[in-house]
Design a protein around this ligand. Structure first.
Ligand code: INI
Length: 156
């Protein structure tokens, strides 16, 4: 039987930074609530969760990179909502935040996870922020919990 190595959802003692955009705050506020709730349910202490707010999704990845390199956190979670139609530069913002967060994750020794919605409408975004289709913030928090545990594995 092959060995399977995967992370557990064990948040006790872990320090987590959330980077949330204020743009589309109706959505990002719900993503943040979903992420915090999930982290706390899995043992992360209230004082070990820091929420950094930035103006828009374009500003998320540079801060993720700084936080990931600071040595003060065990993971960083990016939370944003880029909604087509709000502005013609949707494509630039959506592409840059995805590339930037991936780059921060590649360069970092801790997990940096992507909880940024890119949708065609506000309705679709709200559906993914706690209404019909789950909460992307909570999903990102689950991924962060699992990856924090995996990164601390002796098998790496
Ligand atoms: N920022 C978002 O987070 N979501 C959006 O939908 C959005 N749109 O579409 O414009 C958006 N723009 C702002 C951008 O992220 C920067 O804050 C701004 O360009 C200043 O750098």
């Amino acid at each position: 039987m092959a060995r399977i190595i995967e992370g557990k959802l064990a948040g006790s003692g872990k320090r987590v930074a959330l980077v949330a955009s204020r743009f589309n705050e109706l959505v990002t506020g719900r993503l943040t609530e979903g992420a915090v709730d999930c982290l706390q349910r899995h043992g992360v202490g209230e004082n070990d969760i820091s929420i950094f707010k930035v103006p828009g999704s374009f500003e998320i990845s540079p801060l993720c990179r700084k936080l990931a390199g600071s040595g003060k956190y065990d993971s960083v979670i990016a939370l944003g909502a880029v909604i087509r139609g709000d502005t013609p530069h949707f494509d630039y913002v959506a592409t840059e935040v995805a590339k930037g967060v991936a780059q921060a994750a590649f360069e970092s020794k801790i997990p940096v996870v992507f909880g940024v919605l890119t949708t065609d409408s506000l309705e679709q975004a709200l559906e993914r922020a706690g209404a019909k289709s789950g909460n992307k913030g909570a999903e990102a928090a689950m991924a962060a919990l699992e990856m924090m545990d995996l990164y601390s594995s002796n098998d790496l």
